[in-house]
Design a protein around this ligand. Structure first.
Ligand SMILES: [Ca+2]
Length: 343
């Protein structure tokens, strides 16, 4: 998809597609109102927005997916989908192939290589599944045809159009997931605009093709969300009899308590940790009807800023640790001298 980055400007990129315009979506009053607002904001002119929206092809299948009852799987079913040999072997290989860039990202942004690798693997299988929807179709579908999430997705649509204009990319060509997440790290447009970096020095922020840009962008995201080098991430814990944890469990995405405060509420860390350390109680159903408890620390919280799921965060930490182990084992084997037969 490298050619995408070579287009220079929205008007140039869109000139030839106007002839194919299907005016139905463009003519909708809600779409016209959105265009009016954007033009009034001064960031776009009407012809360039009309050129985009005349070519939007909404995808009703996306709404069907969003309308499916959400089945949040318990940890014992969730983990195997993520923690598998393909992901871990793939991670060790990705690390070996990109060792210098990962080391540079670690020294620049202070983020552990194994976490960068794990995120790229979990999100898209190291770039294999980056999504086949046109981002503009996905964001427009949800932004205009799914009232429950419309506000957020129209905001992302605006960010996306600004991104395309600012980066000289054709908004009708950029691909992503059914929810508009883009590239190897599956950044939403607002995340791209805030945190994507040019890490190969070619002057473009390209999370679709440039592996160094992907690595740098993920590391930058983690750095600016508060990643701390060497933080434990997560520790086992147990509950004292009678512990009142309903409120703590409901508040699972915030570091509102310190370990000392949690102890007073009946939560006992099962590994050494200071009372002053902020932590969040994480319950995981490790087998049907069996709940184990963990204390998520700073870096665990940071992972939930990437994907707001405690299951995702726990899986990412386990995958990262396994990738590190496999990578180091392979490095060790590679460095062993080849034995020579005795004369
Ligand atoms: Ca670049």
């Amino acid at each position: 998809m490298k050619f995408l980055t070579r287009l220079t400007g929205l008007a140039l990129a869109l000139g030839s597609s106007l002839a194919l315009a299907d005016a139905a979506f463009l003519a909708r009053p809600d779409v016209q109102r959105y265009i009016d607002e954007q033009v009034a904001s001064g960031q776009f002119n009407r012809p360039e927005l009309e050129a985009v929206f005349a070519n939007v092809d909404t995808k009703p299948d996306i709404i069907k997916v969003l309308d499916r009852p959400s089945t949040s799987r318990p940890w014992h079913q969730f983990r195997p989908a993520f923690f598998n040999d393909r992901l871990i072997d793939g991670g060790a290989t990705f690390w070996k192939d990109n060792a210098a860039t990962l080391a540079r990202a670690e020294s620049t942004f202070g983020v552990a290589p194994e976490m960068i690798v794990a995120i790229i693997g979990i999100e898209t299988g190291y770039g294999r599944n980056t999504g086949s929807f046109r981002v503009v179709d996905a964001l427009s579908t949800i932004g205009f045809d799914y009232p429950r999430r419309a506000e957020y997705f129209r905001g992302e649509l605006t960010e996306f159009l600004q991104l395309a204009k600012g980066e000289g990319k054709n908004p009708l060509l950029l691909k992503g997931s059914y929810a508009g997440a883009m590239g190897w790290p599956q950044f939403m447009p607002s995340s791209y605009r805030k945190w994507a970096v040019d890490f190969d020095g070619d002057g473009q922020r390209d999370i679709w093709v440039s592996v160094p840009d992907v690595i740098g962008s993920v590391a930058h995201y983690f750095q600016l969300h508060g990643w701390r080098h060497g933080d434990d991430g997560i520790l086992p814990a147990s509950l004292q009899p009678g512990a009142q944890v309903d409120q703590l469990v409901a508040d699972k995405f915030n570091l509102h308590y310190t370990v000392g405060e949690l102890k007073k509420l009946g939560v006992q860390p099962d590994a050494p940790v200071g009372d002053h350390v902020p932590a969040v109680l994480v319950p995981l159903e490790s087998a049907p009807g069996v709940t184990e408890y963990w204390l998520g620390l700073n870096n665990f919280y940071v992972i939930t800023r990437y994907n707001k799921s405690t299951l995702y965060a726990k899986a990412a930490q386990e995958v990262a640790a396994a990738i590190r182990e496999r990578y180091l084992a392979q490095q060790f084997v590679a460095q062993q001298p080849v034995s020579t037969p005795a004369p």
